[in-house]
Design a protein around this ligand. Structure first.
Ligand code: HEM
Length: 147
């Protein structure tokens, strides 16, 4: 319950500015693993990560990711209701060539975004609370890789 409060309070302000925060997260992601850029088969001929992240297709994906996080935060009390959705989302990511190991880097990028936007409010318990929720989301998505 304490975890949920930490997550909800921190998302309160971040969730109002999804795109900018999502851009921080994905900028970090592409810094940590530039090869992930190549999985986005958009017809945009963007050269580097900053350029890609300013294209409408990438911004749309950033928005989609933030909406999934938003849904998870809204459903902290009944995350299991998102299971089917997340399993299917996992399948779609398997289909575009994402490896489940990449979700570790995505998690690091999420924490990086939280840290840079929350500043001193980014505490060890808060970090752990987010990691717990993120691992539930990732394990549901990962089931999409199973045959
Ligand atoms: C769709 C790549 C992480 C949420 C897609 C698509 C690609 C992609 C190529 C299809 C094109 C599109 O709809 O834009 C990636 C890569 C990731 C990643 C490379 C990092 C390893 C995530 C995460 C989430 C997410 C962490 C949310 C937790 C979505 C959603 C869609 C999507 C909601 C739309 C699915 C649909 O059409 O039903 N992703 N993605 N993605 N992604 Fe990701």
């Amino acid at each position: 319950e304490k975890d949920k409060g930490l997550i909800r309070d921190s998302w309160e302000s971040l969730g109002k500015n999804k795109v900018p925060h999502g851009i921080v997260m994905f900028t970090r992601l592409f810094e940590l693993d530039p090869a992930l850029l190549t999985l986005f088969n958009y017809s945009t001929n963007c050269g580097d990560a900053p350029e890609c992240l300013s294209s409408p297709e990438f911004l749309e994906h950033v928005t989609k990711v933030m909406l999934v996080i938003d849904a998870a935060v809204s459903h902290l009390d009944d995350l299991h209701t998102l299971e089917d959705f997340l399993l299917n989302l996992g399948r779609k990511h398997q289909a575009v060539g994402v490896k489940t190991q990449s979700f570790t880097v995505v998690g690091e990028s999420l924490l990086y975004m939280l840290q840079s936007s929350l500043g001193p409010a980014y505490t060890t318990p808060l970090r752990q609370a987010w990691l717990n929720m993120y691992s539930i989301v990732v394990s549901a998505m990962t089931r999409g890789w199973a045959k």
